[in-house]
Ligand binder design. Structure first.
Ligand code: ADP
Ligand code: MG
Length: 729
């Protein structure tokens, strides 16, 4: 294997960066060419069909069968002209990644042969064999049917030669089996609740949009090296590997010059992204060696999330063209930075106002403060649910690891906005204010500078940070489907805004003036949620202590964190807002527990195999070589000389023996632990057992392997090392 490793490196050195040919000179010339967007709809659809789709997108109306037929005809014509031979419903099941099943357009023709055909019913709804997708027991086998239904708010596109139609995926009884369905529900609820609150400030607002700008971090690894690491291939992360003597200590990777090979990969990805209407904007080197980031211009959240899922898929495929593999795992390498996917989140009105942008006058600033404070309260109340939405087996290696947000939820507001909230807290709004007091307060509110987007006032250690015109939820994992976080965030905010409106209306009813009522309720919310506000260093130990004093929760255990979903108040919240009924919620949480167990189980198996099949034989072989050497020394030298010469070698021999024994013993114990965990029926109990009893072996066995890596002859070591994986580029 060592020879393989060196051959691989040789090949790498030979590899020229693949040339990338842009479609046209200007991106704006070919942007969206593979998307059935407004422009194409106008060209390929009748006026009424066009109106049916745009109404569905803007007003949520349904598209009847006759119209659907017309849309299907137009889509088919466009798709075939652009080289498509197949179509697929594309959805986000509760697995990592998306699902698609391609069908050719062909049907039998009247006189033998085939013709191309695509109908409204095929566009609108399909019934995939759903029994193999996780549902957490919602879809009993006796009612295994599920169906996908067209989501006209996310336009169809052509991926390679397939017309791809974004869809939701639900059970026969209408329960969500995917991420998109509840995401659309939660976006809709936030729209309604936020629009109602906007009415206090502007009667012209008729809808509020959720925006998402994701920042996708990832690693690029040379394909030959990747292939020589069964742990990377099977689990997405390295289960062993001693730290490279140099990794990120010198801070010399972040924002440094992008290596040509990586840059070519990025250009290729961008090329495809632009054809698919994905507005990639930013690319850069991240903190860890061979770690990078892509970020688009933000879009409506449902569309943005489809685009994120799509880009992850595209990146995986294009990486191979460049002899790379892309890693989306949250912590592929121990000891250096992991990867996240910051969710930049905001709400904006159909009148063009970003509700998290401070305004030009006291009125719009009061609206701004209303939305900031309600978000603050939503995060405070929902800290455990927000954590549950992002804490997964892979992300648990990253959170709290000194480079990533801690497992404590807190909100950074910056000095300007914090100062404003402090003023409001101290204000006298809870009794009738004098005209002078009112003027003073309005003056203060009017003073929030319009632009507080200031890079110096940024806190990169906060899991949930206000960044001038949006909130950035930084704890989301790089491999996650953003919907998981957004469903919870939008649900919490929608609920909070509803409660806010009820409270304000009640005061108005009792005769309080509108502005004063808003002030009073905001003041109360500011006081209640105060402990979630933290502008300091989220990575410090002091914060952990301080947070505990404040009564904030701090959970790094996935099974414990997930249990937040199952509390009666959570069930009530999701049910009340129509996001999840109880069976949907239970099913979803069960899937998460299952995933957790499976991921640890797979890692344990892979580590056990590699330890026994790769590491132990190599170590024993090297030990035998040393033993031979000792024997030879003994033959040649006098006893006295021999003793001084052999001393170091004997020590190595003993040490190798010690680690080999430890690996063998621990592996056996780990298998036993798995056996015991596997017979546990209750999935929650099983997850705890895996966490407490199986998972620690991963670290213990790794420790022995990593020590052997430093002892055994490099020529013999069977796996590419960190210094190769991270620095070959
Ligand atoms: P950072 O400096 O935080 O790393 P990036 O430029 O990498 O910033 O990414 C910022 C992301 O936030 C981009 O996707 C950008 O489009 C998005 N964004 C900017 N303004 C908003 C907004 N109002 N709402 C949502 N996302 C936004
Ligand atoms: Mg960034």
């Amino acid at each position: 294997m060592a020879t393989f490793r060196f051959k691989a490196l040789d090949e790498v050195l030979d590899r020229q960066a693949v040339e990338v040919v842009r479609e046209e000179n200007l991106v704006s010339d070919y942007y969206g060419m593979m998307v059935f967007d407004q422009e194409k709809m106008k060209k390929y659809l009748s006026r009424e069909a066009y109106k049916a789709v745009t109404d569905a997108v803007k007003k949520g109306t349904t598209i009847d069968r006759k119209m659907a037929d017309q849309v299907a005809q137009g889509m088919k014509a466009w798709a075939i002209e652009n080289g498509a031979t197949h179509y697929t419903h594309w959805f986000h099941p509760l697995t990592d990644g998306t699902a698609e099943k391609h069908d050719a357009f062909i049907v039998h023709g009247a006189d033998g042969g085939v013709i191309e055909s695509f109908s409204g019913s095929l566009l609108s709804q399909q019934e995939p064999d759903a029994s193999s997708f996780p549902s957490g027991g919602i879809r009993q086998t006796f009612e295994a049917r599920g169906y996908t239904a067209w989501d006209p708010t996310s336009p169809a596109f052509i991926s390679e030669t397939t017309l791809t139609i974004p869809t939701i995926f639900i059970s026969y009884t209408g329960e969500a089996l995917d991420y998109k369905t509840p995401l659309l529900r939660a976006i809709g609820k936030a729209d309604k609740a936020a629009t109602a609150v906007c009415q206090y400030f502007d009667k012209n607002v008729s809808s509020v949009r959720t925006n998402l700008g994701w920042e996708q971090e990832y690693f690029l690894i040379d394909e030959a090296l990747y292939m020589a690491r069964p742990d990377l291939v099977l689990t997405g992360r390295t289960l062993m590997g001693h730290a490279s003597s140099k990794d990120q200590q010198l801070d010399d990777h972040y924002f440094s010059s992008i290596p040509t090979r990586a840059n070519r990969f990025m250009q290729d990805v961008e090329n495809e992204a632009y054809k698919l209407g994905i507005p990639l904007k930013t690319r850069h080197n991240e903190v860890a060696p061979n770690q990078f980031e892509f970020a688009p211009i933000f879009e409506e959240a449902n569309l943005a999330n489809d685009h994120n899922q799509l880009i992850m898929d595209i990146m995986g495929k294009i990486a191979r063209r460049h002899n790379f593999r892309v890693l989306f795992h949250e912590k592929p390498f121990a000891g250096i930075n992991g990867s996240g996917k910051h969710n930049n989140w905001s709400l904006s009105t159909d009148t063009g106002v970003n509700l998290f942008s401070p305004g030009k006058n006291p009125k719009s600033n009061l609206q701004f403060l209303t939305f900031v404070v309600n978000t603050l309260k939503a995060v405070y109340d929902g800290q455990d649910l927000l954590r549950a939405s992002i804490l997964t087996a892979p992300n648990s290696h990253r959170l709290g690891a000194n480079e990533a947000p801690p497992s404590i939820l807190s909100v950074f507001l910056g000095t300007e906005v914090s100062g404003m909230l402090d003023l409001m807290e101290e204000s006298v709004v809870d009794r009738k204010m004098t005209p002078e007091e009112k003027t003073a307060l309005k003056m203060n509110i009017g003073r929030i500078p319009e632009i507080i987007l200031d890079n110096t006032d940024r806190n990169r250690t906060s899991p949930f940070a206000f960044t001038g015109n949006r909130f950035e939820f930084r704890a989301v994992g790089s491999s996650a489907n953003n919907a998981s976080a957004l469903i919870v965030l939008n649900t919490l905010v929608a609920n909070q805004l509803q409660e806010f409106k009820v409270a304000v209306d009640a005061l108005i009813e009792k005769g309080t003036k509108k502005d004063e009522a808003i002030f009073q309720v905001l003041k109360k919310l500011i006081i209640e949620s105060k402990s979630i506000r933290f502008n300091g260093d989220g990575y410090s130990d002091n914060w952990v202590k301080e947070a505990e004093k404040r009564g904030l929760t701090n959970v790094n255990s996935v099974p414990e964190s997930l249990s937040a979903y199952l509390r009666p108040e959570s069930k009530e919240l999701f049910n009340k807002l129509g996001i999840f009924n109880e069976s949907e919620l239970n099913g979803r949480v069960e899937v998460e527990y299952e995933k957790y167990v499976m991921k640890i189980q797979i890692e344990a198996r892979v580590l056990g195999d590699i330890a026994i099949n790769h590491i132990v034989p190599t170590a024993v072989q090297y030990q035998t070589m040393l033993l031979e050497n000792v024997k030879n020394l003994k033959e040649v030298f006098s006893t006295e000389e021999f003793e001084s010469l052999a001393e170091g070698r004997l020590e190595l021999i003993r040490e190798i023996g010690k680690h080999v024994s430890a690996i063998k013993i621990k592996r056996k114990e780990m298998i036993e632990a798995r056996k015991q965990a596997n017979v546990i029926e209750d999935i929650v109990d099983k997850a705890y057992e895996y966490e407490k009893v199986v998972k620690p072996y991963l670290d213990e066995i790794r420790d022995s392997i990593d020590r052997l890596e430093l002892i055994v002859d490099d020529e013999k070591w069977p796996l590419p090392k960190y210094r190769e994986l991270l620095f070959v580029r």
